[in-house]
Write a protein that binds this ligand. Structure first.
Ligand code: ZN
Ligand code: ZN
Length: 770
């Protein structure tokens, strides 16, 4: 090879580090007054905890491709990077480290310990984001959800919505995790099949026959308020309106028909108590029953449970079952597997507890929210249904309070004299548990003593404002007015029901608008056999050594080619390593092309040039169609296929003789195709493309635009691609068969008529003697 501009024989991972340094001086900073149309990305703020999941790192690589695509489509991209730092996870880490429960710490001290731990973990995440080339503006648009600046937004949004009447305090059935010792939202629950005991308990009749009720929750007998059977279950029709006596507590309950009863579960007769499941909650509301709090906020049985008061629900279940067996009211006991709600964070079975708490109204707003969903564009479109299905499944309003410390404080005070709730002005960051009340006197009674709220917000109350923060809410309201809703929300499929849903709920109730124009939902990263990665399974892949070994570009290229947008993807080191081969191929071809000085040539191109340029046109059309949909799978696979199966083996081989002779048309075309491929690949593999571009063409590729097809490059010759590929393959096979090397002369082959335009190039390529 004559003097290639790319000196090195191969692409090396170490060059990525050099580029990262360059990108710091020539950064992807957001320039508000560039005059370009602004594109705002509501970047998901990751929650730092331990090492970053390799699937998440792949997910963020893809999100970065959205930003780079939009820059190369002429937009000024506001691409923030934030960390979600509030919450129970970090609290648990500190609790574990000191082997002490949160409520046994001094609150101030505990917060300090969480902050220190968080700082340490945060650095791992930010460094890794930078390492994969995540091109956010880390200088001016970096945020942390536990900072005073962010928390004051969370509080201000709450205050605005509070004034609109969207929050109420109520004694409501609530999901409660005995492990985390806090109420949790429906979105934090998963269901698991758990073995349990189904007891058939005889309820005597007050004035006649009794009925046998099957239940897995005998500890809730004290809270039983009704008994139901299915209206079409003729075994029990005559019991409608009868009164039963609930053992062992003795309260009286009415029997009524209700379609919620399942004739084939147990005896077909079910007790309704506060609360065994969400169905109970619904029936209490529907039948206007007075709920009994059987389990308190600590997960212990209340006075209502009589002699079982003070026991944990589990202990009470066992004790009552034993007592009932002794009293011979248990007809039989069956071992079954029962779908049980589990805390997503700690894995504890959930209790339904009556708690006095702050709720955000959501059930009554759902019909309006549905129409807002229709105004947003989903990629892929089918994932829109995940959001709608979740909205259909909601049964209670959103309990937003938590009894924890390392969260945003609920900004409220209460009048000590009359109990009036006092709401401060939006703006500052409030800590009512330690700050003096910002009020002179109670507007209701004139009292001057106030009690600050001790509770904090569910962390989704913070992260559901990320789209506002991305659009500079409360920071630059003029900009916000012009650029809200955010352009796109990229996120994982697993948090549609919380992050996506709550952001929709908050933005709509606050501003009457959709939260973003577009939603991009990616699938989940699984191991090579399709299982989720868990420490317990031993299948976790640490992304740090992978990046050290293969580099960010190989990782990113793998992430793009692995799976179509929205589908789950399987992660294996082998495949990531395999992506490195594509980079090598690209490097080799670029190095070859770089050995010819680029020339400007008019339209006098030979048929081979006309053919490959029209194929380049088609490649650009396909890739742009992919980029239009933020589908990097299409672009990455198309370019790989083009480079590997068309450009390198066919075109380059056909014309390299002419290029060596300095023939302008072939040199021009080699460079045009290289330029095209590099620009098409720059959003996906930003390192190697930028390096080659700088060396061969000068300047950074990241200020170029995506290439578009050129009309003068369209050619009918494109239709000959299959026949050309077939012919070349035939010759290669034939030479092999005859024991000839690729360079050796071959004779006795016929050129298909349609390939006549390429006759000269083909005969030189294969040394054909016609
Ligand atoms: Zn829990
Ligand atoms: Zn008062």
């Amino acid at each position: 090879m004559a003097n290639p501009k790319l000196d090195e024989r191969s692409w090396e991972v170490a060059k990525e580090e050099e580029l990262l340094q360059l990108w710091k001086q020539e950064p992807f900073r957001f320039t508000k007054d560039s005059g370009k149309p602004v594109f705002t990305i509501d970047t998901p703020p990751p929650y730092p905890s331990g090492s970053w999941h390799v699937g998440a790192v792949a997910h963020y690589s893809l999100i970065d491709m959205i930003a780079r695509t939009m820059r190369m489509r002429g937009h000024e991209v506001l691409f923030p990077f934030g960390l979600d730092r509030n919450g129970i996870n970090i609290e648990r880490t500190v609790e574990k480290k000191f082997n002490k429960r949160l409520h046994d710490f001094d609150r101030e001290e505990f917060i300090q310990l969480c902050r220190e731990e968080m700082e340490r973990q945060s650095r791992i995440y930010t460094n890794l984001a930078m390492r994969i080339g995540f091109s956010a503006d880390y200088e001016d648009y970096y945020y942390e959800t536990d900072s005073p600046d962010y928390r004051r937004v969370t509080q201000a949004v709450f205050i605005e919505l509070f004034r609109k009447g969207l929050f109420y305090r109520g004694l409501r059935p609530n999901f409660y995790c005995p492990g985390c010792r806090t109420p949790i939202a429906e979105a934090d629950i998963e269901y698991e099949e758990i073995p349990s005991k189904l007891l058939y308990i005889k309820f005597p009749g007050k004035n006649g026959d009794g009925l046998t009720v099957a239940t897995t929750r005998p500890e809730l007998l004290c809270a039983c308020r009704a008994v139901i059977f299915h209206p079409e279950d003729e075994r029990y029709t005559e019991f409608e309106g009868a009164t039963l006596i609930v053992p062992p507590h003795g309260q009286e309950v009415k029997v009524s028909p209700h379609p919620a009863a399942k004739p084939d579960f147990g005896t077909g007769v079910a007790m309704i108590c506060s609360y065994g499941d969400t169905m109970d909650i619904q029936l209490f509301r529907e039948l206007s029953l007075e709920p009994v709090a059987a389990i308190d906020e600590r997960g212990l049985m209340t006075e209502a449970a009589g002699k079982y008061a003070g026991m944990t629900a589990m202990d009470a279940r066992r004790a009552i079952a034993e007592d009932l067996e002794e009293e011979r009211v248990v007809e039989k006991a069956e071992s079954i597997r029962h779908k049980t709600p589990i805390c997503q964070r700690s894995g504890d079975p959930i209790e339904f507890v009556l708690t006095e708490d702050w709720y955000m109204k959501q059930l009554e707003i759902l019909p309006e929210l549905r129409s807002v969903v229709d105004q947003m564009r989903f990629y892929p479109r089918k994932h829109r249904q995940l959001l709608l299905d979740w909205m259909d499944s909601l049964t209670i309003d959103w309990p937003v309070g938590r009894k924890r410390y390392y969260h945003t404080e609920i900004p409220l005070w209460y009048c000590r004299d009359c109990g009036e709730v006092l709401v401060p002005e939006p703006g500052p960051y409030y800590r009512p548990w330690r700050d003096p009340a910002p009020f002179e006197s109670c507007p209701k009674c004139g009292g001057t003593e106030f009690q600050g709220e001790e509770g904090v917000f569910d962390t989704w109350m913070d992260s559901s404002n990320s789209n506002l923060v991305a659009c500079l809410y409360m920071r630059d309201m003029e900009f916000f007015k012009d650029h809200f809703p955010a352009s796109i929300r990229p996120q994982g499929r697993d948090i549609v029901r919380n992050w996506l849903y709550y952001t929709l709920l908050k933005s709509y109730t606050l501003l009457g608008e959709k939260p973003f124009e577009q939603v991009w939902v990616s699938g989940m990263g699984l191991d090579a056999t399709g299982r989720a990665m868990h420490d317990s399974l031993g299948n976790v892949i640490d992304p740090v050594p992978i990046l050290e070994r293969y580099g960010a570009d190989a990782f990113r290229f793998w992430a793009a080619t692995e799976t179509n947008v929205g589908e789950d993807f399987r992660i294996s080191e082998e495949k990531i390593a395999g992506s490195g081969k594509f980079l090598t191929k690209l490097w080799n071809v670029a190095r070859f092309v770089s050995s010819f000085s680029e020339v400007d040539v008019g339209d006098d191109l030979a048929p081979s040039e006309q053919w490959i340029l029209s194929e380049l046109n088609r490649l650009m059309e396909d890739c742009l169609r992919g980029y239009e949909e933020f589908n990097f799978f299409i672009a990455a696979n198309r370019v790989r296929d083009f480079l590997w199966n068309l450009f390198a083996p066919h075109y380059v081989e056909m014309v390299k003789f002419r290029a060596y002779e300095g023939e302008a048309g072939s040199v021009y075309t080699l460079h045009q195709v290289l330029r095209g491929m590099l620009r098409l690949m720059a959003p996906i593999i930003p390192f190697v493309t930028d390096y080659i571009w700088r060396e061969v063409y000068g300047g950074t590729i990241h200020t170029e635009s995506l290439p578009s097809p050129r009309e003068e490059w369209d050619s009918k010759l494109r239709a000959l691609t299959p026949s050309l590929v077939d012919f070349n393959s035939l010759i290669w096979r034939e030479k092999k068969k005859r024991g000839l090397t690729l360079k050796e002369e071959i004779s006795g082959v016929a050129l298909p008529k349609e390939l006549m335009p390429f006759a000269e190039d083909l005969s030189r390529m294969h040394s054909i003697k016609w």
